[in-house]
Design a protein. Structure first.
Length: 62
């Protein structure tokens, strides 16, 4: 749902960087799990993991 606000330009931190393209999405049944995953992606190990998952997208999209 947060992505909808970003696309509308209602989020101050991302408004100047529009238009945006969604390249990765995960859904969770509860907020606790989503926050846990977000914190993981902000760690070094999480960043490496995310980079490996998205490697194929970036290889062929540019």
């Amino acid at each position: 749902m947060y992505y909808v606000y970003v696309l509308r330009g209602e989020v101050v931190s991302t408004k100047p960087r529009r238009p945006l393209k969604l390249i990765f999405y995960e859904a969770y049944l509860n907020r606790k799990d989503a926050l846990r995953r977000e914190k993981y992606f902000k760690t070094t190990k999480g960043k490496v993991s995310l980079r490996l998952m998205l490697r194929e997208f970036f290889k062929f999209s540019f």
